[in-house]
Write a protein that binds this ligand. Structure first.
Ligand SMILES: [Mn+2]
Length: 232
């Protein structure tokens, strides 16, 4: 039976919840049954969702509010997505506690890092001497920079290579690593591009958008297949 994957999508001010189709396709074509989790607030509802789903996908979107990692918001921070922060931090805490598999993409890696006590660069161009341009001008479905894969990490075992293709649509990144996380890929200019959970639980987070490379880059598909396998 296909595992049910609860997807955390974008939440806007009118309380609508949406998700880009590329995430749904990537999950479904890898053998999962994706469902979109709406914006809800009651603990009991959230707990029901967490028990229903076999795994969770945290997707891309706006910035996490810096007060979630103990900082004042700088001018260069994007408009924070506070309703989404509230929903996702609650779902993450519950899913993490339950030991359910978690895959996180773009904003997702930032959310997971903050949830585990880490911090973020609020704006790379002004806070980190970046050489690469992490907000690519190339189309969404084109790679723009490679990532170096660290040896003896799950990503290295999975891909079997020391680098892979990535795209890049972020102005923030992981700064201080959250508790229980390890780095598994870096950009050539030293930005953390992928992390994993050190414990038994399946937890993988990527700064790039593998769902946008799913159709054209075979190694990228392994990231989703590995996740769905863990959810079975
Ligand atoms: Mn990047």
């Amino acid at each position: 039976m296909k595992p049910i994957i609860g997807i955390l999508g974008e939440v806007d001010a009118e309380k609508s919840t949406i998700v880009q189709t590329a995430y749904l396709n990537s999950i479904e074509k890898s053998g999962g049954a994706p469902i979109l989790l709406p914006y809800v607030t009651e603990k009991e509802t959230l707990e029901r969702y967490v028990s229903l789903c076999d795994g969770f996908l945290f997707t891309g979107g706006g910035d996490v509010h810096p007060n979630r990692y103990g900082e004042e918001m700088k001018e260069t921070c994007g408009t924070p997505d506070v309703m989404r922060d509230e929903l996702e931090l609650a779902v993450f805490a519950s899913a993490y506690k339950a030991g359910k598999p978690i895959l996180a993409i773009c904003r997702g890696i930032q959310l997971v890092n903050v949830a585990l006590g880490g911090t973020l660069y609020q704006d790379l161009p002004t806070e980190y001497p970046v050489e690469l341009f992490h907000r690519q001008k190339e189309p969404k479905f084109s790679p723009s920079h490679r990532v170096k894969i660290i040896e003896n990490t799950p990503l290295h075992t999975l891909i079997g290579a020391s680098s892979m293709t990535a795209n890049s649509f972020h102005h923030q990144a992981v700064k201080q690593l959250g508790e229980g996380l390890e780095v598994m890929a870096l950009s050539d200019d030293g930005i953390i591009e992928a992390v994993y959970g050190k414990g038994k639980q399946f937890l993988r987070a990527y700064q790039w958008h593998p769902e946008r490379l799913f159709a054209t880059h075979a190694p990228t598909r392994l990231l989703f297949e590995e996740f769905i396998t863990a959810c079975k």
